[in-house]
Write a protein that binds this ligand. Structure first.
Ligand SMILES: *Cc1c(COP(=O)(O)O)cnc(C)c1O
Length: 394
């Protein structure tokens, strides 16, 4: 049995995915060169409302960058003002509003930076900002304060203090390469950065955070994949938010990575009016796993200034996860995560399933809503403390 039996595929909701895979129409460099970065260009390619025009003008003047690849814009239905692609990349007037509790640095990254371009909020992993550029700037970006502002790809010279710090901190085992989007850098340059990271002997794992498979899938060339493969174990974390982004090209990009032995995981941001309903996310998650991409996190929106219109109440995310739990394969189900303000760390939110605890049994609610007793083990004579200390000795 093949996984992508055409009969089964036809019954699934992703029409675009069943279309024949067409080769990328233009190179990633053409896409980057022709990216829409000005109001004049945007108006030429997409009819804007008066408020979108005014918002784009004000936001550009305030220094918030605009960039949309022609490929990503081509996924947008220009006649729909609430199109999920449009809302993610075209400025809206609500971005100019601010509300209590919103921050410019919602994750407290500046306060958790032991060296320039390095953020550490967890003991065993650190995040390295290798560029401030993206091919598409998401309107809900948590790093809007720094993207597009600071000179592009970081030189080796600028990254040296971060590498130096990593060398002095053997407790750090993993580096998350982020930005900006590391895959907007050219392959040779990225390879030099990865080589620098690899020169730190205790780094066991590299993660790359990128939206290239979503907004610039032609970037995932065989030669890029072969270069990344040399740095295994290297995991690619991508960022699909809507099933409309899961095109034949996007899927081929992810599968190319997988074919080169690179595990691909996805982080979706929960966005009001874009993907905040179980059926949209179900279609997305089912599509991703067919393309060998593992949904990793569903992320609650950070309290970034100007993103109130994108955020949903926390309870909404929990309800969505409750609706999907049990209905979808465990492989297709991400964890719902809220990153707490000021950098206190990520918190996993899940539907409450423990109904009641008794000494001998715990009552659990299943995905069908049945309440079932789970008999707890009878107490043994070995106290947990003894188990712990013997485990420590070995
Ligand atoms: C989110 C994040 C990580 C990664 O967290 P995981 O739960 O391991 O995916 C690491 N460092 C920073 C600074 C982060 O924001």
């Amino acid at each position: 049995m093949t996984l992508d039996n055409p009969v089964r595929r036809r019954s699934l909701p992703l029409a675009a995915e069943t279309a024949p895979t067409t080769p990328p129409r233009s190179s990633w460099r053409d896409q980057a060169r022709n990216a829409i970065t000005s109001l004049a260009h945007l108006e030429r390619v997409l009819p804007l409302s008066e408020t979108e025009r005014a918002a784009t003008h004000s936001l550009l003047r305030a220094g918030l960058p605009l960039s949309i690849t022609p490929y990503y814009l081509s996924l947008c239905d220009p006649s729909d003002p609430r199109d999920p692609i449009r809302l993610q990349c075209v400025p809206q007037s609500a971005e100019l509003e601010s509300y209590p509790g919103e921050l410019n640095d919602p994750l407290g990254e500046q306060a958790h930076s032991p060296a320039p371009n390095l953020i550490q909020r967890y003991p065993d992993r650190a995040l390295l900002l290798v560029t401030d550029r993206c091919s598409v700037y998401c309107r809900f970006c948590t790093r809007a304060r720094m993207v597009g502002q600071d000179g592009g790809a970081r030189s080796e010279e600028r990254l040296r203090p971060a590498i130096h710090w990593l060398k002095a901190h053997p407790e750090v085992r993993e580096v998350i390469v982020s930005g900006g989007d590391p895959l907007v850098m050219n392959t040779a340059r990225l390879e030099r950065v990865l080589t620098l990271i690899q020169s730190v002997p205790h780094i066991e794992l590299i993660r790359i955070g990128t939206r290239a498979p979503v907004v610039l899938p032609m970037r995932i060339t065989p030669s890029l994949c072969r270069m990344l493969r040399r740095f295994a174990p290297l995991w690619v974390m991508t960022h699909f938010n809507h099933p409309r982004e899961w095109t034949p090209q996007a899927r081929a990009a992810c599968e190319r990575l997988a074919d080169h032995g690179i595990p691909v995981m996805n982080q979706t941001v929960l966005l009001r009016g874009i993907n905040d309903d179980p059926s949209t996310l179900e279609a997305l998650f089912r599509g991703l796993v067919r393309g060998r991409v593992r949904p990793y996190y569903l992320l609650q929106g950070d309290v970034m200034r100007g993103t109130n219109h994108f955020r949903t109440p926390l309870q909404r995310g929990v309800e969505i996860m409750a609706a999907l739990q049990g209905k979808l394969s465990g492989i297709a189900l991400p964890k719902f995560i809220v990153d707490t303000p000021a950098g206190a760390g990520k918190v996993h939110l899940a539907p409450d399933v423990i109904v009641r605890t008794e000494a001998s049994q715990t009552w659990l609610k299943t995905f069908r809503g049945e309440v079932v007793a789970y008999p707890e083990p009878t107490q043994t004579h070995v106290a947990p403390a003894n188990l712990l200390s013997s485990a420590e000795k070995s």
